[in-house]
Design a protein around this ligand. Structure first.
Ligand code: NAG
Ligand code: NAG
Ligand code: ZN
Length: 861
């Protein structure tokens, strides 16, 4: 098909010819990635008369929780209301079950309800920090649907969502949406006349996830039916749009079960990225893995993650179709897992590393095992080598006698690798200029994919410039080098246990195929036809586009909450270069098709485009009303010194926060005060209620004017004392019970330095004098918690006195969660109201401020 070399099309004409593919495939991938079903309103299918999953009902539940009840932060009154509502819903399902059985006597169906309440503690290391959680009287609502027999209850699937919401958020998507989906799945199952579960489904409505997974810990360690759980399905949200993504899957059986969902959506790449921990996120799934030792699926809505843990996580911002998509997938999965074909009885082996490759490819959910992968990729690699050897034609036999086929390949491989290095280098140089020279970091923040316009041209110019250094390479050689490299990476990656390496096989196979076809239709040693490019480019374009969509959806909004220190600009630039290199693997052979002059022109053109993009992006503001900056404000009353301070912090590296901090100081602090940045280190206890996330904060601290009219703060009896004191001089130890009394104060945290020998929090406290963090979460109205300690008496301090920093949140002083009863929150709430209106105006709605009225102090016990 390709025209003879001398009359071959030039670069522009060739590109125009490939353009439909270059644009069309990413567009199709977009459709597949973001396509959602039509939302259904009717709870009963009018044509079949059978119940069907209704998005309208799911969202009605979510709206009740997130708006009628509101911010369900653990320990607040609203949190207790959420619990009460949940119990009522569970009871309704139980009655519905009984009605269903009465209507069809003999139907094997039973619904049991538990309202679990309990206390406990657990070690919860996060982001490299050691941390302990204790909790008092937290709750879970548990519904088990089974066929009523012992055999039917022996192997159950656990499905979990959390009813509580995090500090600053009404939590409509996170996680009231999933609560609604579980309720709606129960309704459909129970109302389907013929449905009988062979295996039980345990629905866990857990009521304390955001306080660091206390309720799932409570369920996993104390509930009477946990030993029947064989697998866990966790439903979460970090966003409000698009398809729900399977981002953790831990056994082959459960991955295969997920294929029974009507529209499965997941890839091992997302899975391995999440498991690596670089997203710095965590779900209840961790507790199920750790304490139940079961495998399962972790599923979440991830699109538009800008509203995650923000005020605008509201039902009105959940894209239509999201609930329908996720709901039908969960329902399909539960139908399969409760059926006679279910893998549950075989899942008694506990947690182990998954050994299954799975992809979303061309709209299909593809699953195969690691062993199959190894065989396939080994075959690909071998076939590639054989092909390259067999079809090799020495370019100039007279001149280059003796040079082997693979000597040429080495040069081709250098060219291909140089392009990758060039792309990475150049985007990072541009990122450095944007961040450190122009101070315009995060200019792409408000639109996930816009960064491609900034860093795409930079990647291309870097890749092309590198080819000028490499010199002349035959088109064919670099084409086969791409094949060898990709098949090699697939095999080596898979042998190293990295399932994601399969992406290289998925692009390697069609490259091999296109080369074989090319060899058949053209003479040996002849050129590569444009058709071969089209055929070989299809898979990487499609998978690469998907890679862009998923990674940018996750990482771009993430840069708004990972702190000033994180190299946000370089992370995003490198993602564009990496995913771009994967998407266009044939760039190198393609440019060598036209020779040096074209490469030079291309490099210059893309450099100019890069400069233009830098100029345009420099004028953009990172934030807008729907892509806000997160600002954290604490009004601190120090019960030890009677001082009041305002603490202000941001969690991102966008420019301008120091200016904002100065305006805040001018507006709210004592006249003439200059705000000083505070160091966020181990010795800074101001932000302990948010520890360990506080490590991402860039804080400032201001004095607040102490006018008499401001001193109306509610009385606090927040105290830390030591009881049951016992000094054992012979053993050199002191034992005590640390007692924290915190009426009206929630989310208390204490920190102290001691050499702890023994306590109930874990079995092996570090064997040294060091700092300890203990945080608490309790049900509304609880005001005391304790921890028993045995500490070593230090040299020269026979009393082994311990200085304890303590801090907590005033339950009535949280803005905007407690707006409706602001007069109960004293001076802090009055200040917050003023502050919120001021910052809204000052920043034109570009800031979401979380305002907490905290109380703290220091004491020696
Ligand atoms: C989980 O179960 C497997 C198989 O029973 C066992 O080998 C493993 O040690 C268990 N892991 C934990 C953390 O209990
Ligand atoms: C309260 O003030 C004391 C004395 O300055 C200080 O050590 C302590 O860290 C402060 N605590 C809080 C929570 O501000
Ligand atoms: Zn959540």
């Amino acid at each position: 098909m390709s025209p003879p070399p001398h009359s071959r099309w030039g670069p522009v004409r060739s590109l125009l010819c490939l353009a439909p593919l270059l644009l069309g495939v990413p567009f199709l991938a977009y459709k597949v990635n973001y396509g959602l079903p039509e939302p259904i309103v009717d709870p009963v299918n009018p044509s079949t008369g059978l119940p069907q999953l209704s998005e309208a009902r799911v969202l009605a539940h979510a709206k009740y929780l997130s708006e009628d009840i509101g911010f369900r932060t653990v320990g607040t009154r609203e949190h207790a209301l959420g619990d009460e509502w949940m119990i009522k819903q569970a009871e309704l399902i139980r009655l519905q079950c009984e009605d269903a059985v009465r209507a069809r006597p003999g139907r094997k169906l039973q619904c049991e309800v538990w309202h679990q309440q309990g206390s406990g503690s657990h070690r919860f290391d996060m982001m490299g920090h050691r941390l302990y959680k204790t909790y008092v009287d937290l709750t879970n609502i548990v519904v088990r649907i089974s066929d009523g027999t012992d055999a039917g209850k022996e192997h159950a699937v656990l499905v979990n969502a959390h009813v509580d919401s995090t500090l600053p958020s009404p939590g409509a998507a996170d996680d009231a949406l999933s609560v609604g989906i579980m309720l709606e799945c129960m309704r459909v199952l129970v109302d389907t006349p013929d449905w009988e579960p062979t295996h039980a489904i345990i629905f866990l409505f857990n009521n304390a996830e955001e306080s660091l997974q206390d309720a799932s810990h409570l369920f996993s360690t104390q509930h009477p039916i946990v030993n029947t759980v064989r697998a866990a399905v966790n439903l979460e949200a970090a966003g409000t749009t698009g398809r729900e993504l399977l981002f953790q899957a831990t056994s082959e059986q459960m991955i295969r079960a997920y294929a029974y969902a009507p529209r499965p959506f997941g890839t091992i790449v997302a899975n391995e990225v999440f498991t690596s921990g670089i997203i710095l996120s965590d779900t209840d799934f961790r507790q199920f893995e750790q304490y139940l030792n079961v495998t399962g699926l972790d599923i979440a809505v991830v699109g538009n993650s800008y509203l995650y843990h923000m005020r605008k996580d509201l039902v009105e911002n959940i894209e239509p179709g999201v609930a329908q998509h996720m709901g039908e997938n969960v329902l399909g999965l539960l139908l399969h897992l409760s059926s006679p074909e279910s893998p549950l009885p075989a899942l008694t082996e506990g947690y182990s590393r998954p050994s299954t490759v799975f992809y979303q490819f061309l709209g299909q959910f593809v699953v195969y095992s690691f062993s199959t992968a190894k065989i396939l990729y080994a075959l690909l690699f071998t076939a590639s080598i054989v092909f390259v050897r067999l079809t090799y034609v020495d370019p100039a036999p007279a001149l280059r006698q003796g040079k082997s086929a693979f000597g040429e390949q080495v040069k081709g491989t250098i060219a291909v690798s140089a392009a990758l290095v060039g792309a990475f280098l150049n985007v990072n140089v541009v990122a450095f200029i944007m961040a450190k020279v122009l101070h315009k970091q995060m200019s792409w923040f408000s639109s996930e994919r816009s960064c491609v316009l900034l860093y795409g041209p930079a990647a291309l110019s870097g890749a092309l410039a590198s080819q000028l250094l490499v010199g002349r390479v035959r088109e064919r050689t670099s084409f086969t080098a791409v094949l060898l490299l990709q098949s090699f990476l697939a095999l080596v990656g898979q042998l190293a246990g990295i399932g994601s390496a399969g992406v290289f096989a998925l692009s390697g196979f069609p490259i091999l195929l296109s080369l074989v076809l090319n060899a058949i239709v053209s003479k040996p040693g002849d050129d590569i036809s444009l058709w071969s490019y089209a055929l070989a480019a299809f898979t990487p374009l499609s998978l690469g586009a998907q890679m862009f969509y998923i990674t940018l959806d996750v990482f771009v909004p993430l840069t708004g909450r990972i702190g000033e220190e994180a190299p946000a600009e370089h992370i995003i630039a490198s993602i564009v270069a990496g995913a771009g290199s994967y998407t266009l693997p044939l760039l190198v052979p393609f440019v060598h098709r036209f020779g040096r002059r074209t490469i030079l022109r291309g490099a210059v053109l893309f450099s100019m485009l890069t400069a233009l993009a830098m100029a345009i992006f420099s004028m953009r503001s990172p934030f807008d009303a729907m892509h806000q900056k997160r600002v954290f404000i604490i009004h601190m009353e120090n019960v030890t010194t009677q001082e009041q301070h305002l603490h202000v912090a941001a969690a991102d590296g966008a420019p301008g926060f120091d200016i904002l901090a100065h305006s805040i100081a001018r507006q709210f602090s004592v006249p003439g005060v200059v705000p000083e940045p505070v160091s966020m280190n181990t010795w800074n206890n101001d932000w302990d209620t948010m520890y360990p996330f506080s490590n991402f904060l860039t804080p400032y601290k201001f004095d607040l004017p102490l006018k008499p009219e401001y001193m109306d703060a509610p009385e606090h009896d927040f105290t830390v004392t030591a009881v049951n004191n016992k000094i054992d001089t012979a053993a050199g130890t002191r034992s005590l019970t640390l007692k924290i009394y915190h009426p009206g104060i929630i989310w208390t945290a204490v920190t102290f330095d001691a050499h702890v020998l023994q306590w109930a929090l874990d079995n092996n406290p570090p064997d040294e004098y060091t700092r300890h963090y203990i945080k608490e979460g309790s049900f509304y109205g609880h005001d005391t918690w304790t921890v028993d300690l045995v500490v070593k008496i230090p040299e020269g301090d026979p009393d082994a006195r311990i200085r304890v920093n303590f801090v907590g949140i005033h339950e009535k002083a949280m803005w905007p969660g407690k707006k409706a009863e602001k007069e109960l929150g004293g001076r802090a709430m009055a200040l917050f109201e003023e502050f919120d209106a001021w910052i809204e105006k000052e920043t034109e709605g570009k800031v979401d401020a979380l305002l907490l009225g905290c109380v703290g102090g220091i004491t020696t016990v």
